[in-house]
Design a protein around this ligand. Structure first.
Ligand SMILES: [Mn+2]
Length: 391
């Protein structure tokens, strides 16, 4: 049987307030094309389908369109919930999509309650063990919360690991056996775009718990594609787009698995080409201007080198490079004495003078007397209130 492993779609996620839905739709289309081209039997979606528990309507539209595409091409899927997904939102789809061979498992459940999914293709059989993200509230009851925190987290990693190894007893000899999970595996490399608390050391499950009898372990949660140390081939497929600047230079991918019962799997990575790149650039304003075309439509984290820190330089960069998302100014000359003098001068100015100066700089004209009088009046009133309140 042929499987395509993907996950961490985070559909609906924005980049500093900019929508990325067009890219998310494009990359889902690309994944569907690959699944069709590679004659995949099942797509494995390893959690974090949506970025938020309440995704926007266009995010839901994108995800359901992808599933509709699979159904049209008679490709099945197994989808597990991630720590970003709302279990009840996904479970609303479960009974609707199960008969269409899109098996959704939003929350951990018992083997006889849906965690084991039996698939068939001619004479071939496969067992997919689905272990979605385990919310800590499911493992840590209130009595245990009285224990020191590190002890109940240690318990989390141990119990979650026990779930993984427990599935080995459900695997069958004449079957292809696959474990899917959304969890943090010890020793795996994180990036900045995962939810920090859920990739902290206490959540790290040892790869040794992953069953050696699995033909493949399809992992989700970490956004960097990677193989993890385990007794069976276990991969994080990674996110489908560069979600944040911690993922610059990462080539995103899906994993194609050709599995046979009792035989080692053939595993191959297929790079994803859709989505805009994130890029770090650096230079003087003039240099950046000269290179603007080269950056294409990449999202940029810009370090602008300048002689002295000047007001308005970020605005100039933004005008020059509309895709600049993060701007850092690096001044070559740090005028410490100048700073001290300026601070002294500032301290000697009255609030009304500061306001007039601010107006002059931002509006490029002198402040109307009327406005200045109003400022003095309001400021005076505030000072009066502050005094009477005894501060
Ligand atoms: Mn994720």
């Amino acid at each position: 049987m042929r499987f395509l492993h993907t996950g961490d779609w985070h559909v609906g996620k924005q980049l500093r307030g900019r929508s990325r839905i067009a890219e998310q739709v494009a990359v889902l289309d690309e994944i569907l094309d690959i699944a069709v081209r590679e004659k995949v039997d099942y797509v494995l979606v390893a959690g974090d389908v949506f970025d938020s528990p309440t995704p926007p309507a266009d995010a839901e539209h994108a995800v359901l369109s992808f599933f509709a595409g699979l159904i049209r091409h008679e490709i099945g899927a197994v989808v597990i919930g991630g720590n970003h997904d709302h279990p009840r939102r996904l479970s609303a789809l479960r009974q609707l999509l199960d008969p269409l061979r899109i098996f959704i498992r939003p929350e951990p459940c018992a083997p006889d309650d849906g965690a084991l999914i039996a698939l068939e293709k001619g004479k071939e059989k496969a067992v997919i063990a689905a272990l979605p993200w385990i919310p800590d509230r499911l493992l840590v009851d209130s009595a245990k919360m009285m224990l020191p925190e590190d002890r109940w987290y240690a318990e989390y990693a141990e119990v979650a690991g026990g779930f993984c190894s427990g599935f080995a007893s459900c695997f069958e000899k004449n079957s292809i056996n696959v474990l899917m999970s959304h969890m943090f595996i010890q020793g795996a490399e994180t990036t900045a775009s995962e939810r920090a608390i859920h990739t902290s050391a206490p959540f790290a499950v040892s790869g040794a718990y992953l069953p050696a009898s699995a033909n493949y372990v399809a992992l989700g949660h970490l956004h960097r594609p990677q193989l993890v140390p385990a007794p069976a081939p276990a991969y994080f497929c990674g996110s489908t787009l560069q979600l944040d600047f911690g993922e610059v230079e990462q080539v995103k991918r899906v994993v194609l698995i050709e599995a046979r019962a009792g035989k080692p799997s053939h595993v191959e990575s297929i790079p994803l080409m859709q989505g805009r790149r994130l890029r770090d650039v650096r230079g003087t304003l003039a240099e950046l201007e000269g290179r603007a075309l080269e950056f294409g439509d990449d999202y940029l984290r810009v370090t602008v080198e300048t002689e002295r820190a000047e007001a308005g330089i970020s605005t100039q960069v933004r005008e020059l490079l509309p895709n600049a998302i993060d701007i850092r100014v690096e001044a070559r000359v740090v005028e410490e004495t100048g700073v001290a003098e300026a601070m002294e001068k500032l301290a000697s100015l009255q609030p009304a003078d500061l306001f007039a100066e601010y107006y002059r700089q931002s509006q490029k004209s002198e402040i109307p007397q009327e406005l200045l009088d109003l400022f003095r009046k309001l400021h005076g009133d505030t000072r009066h209130e502050t005094r009477t309140s005894g501060a």
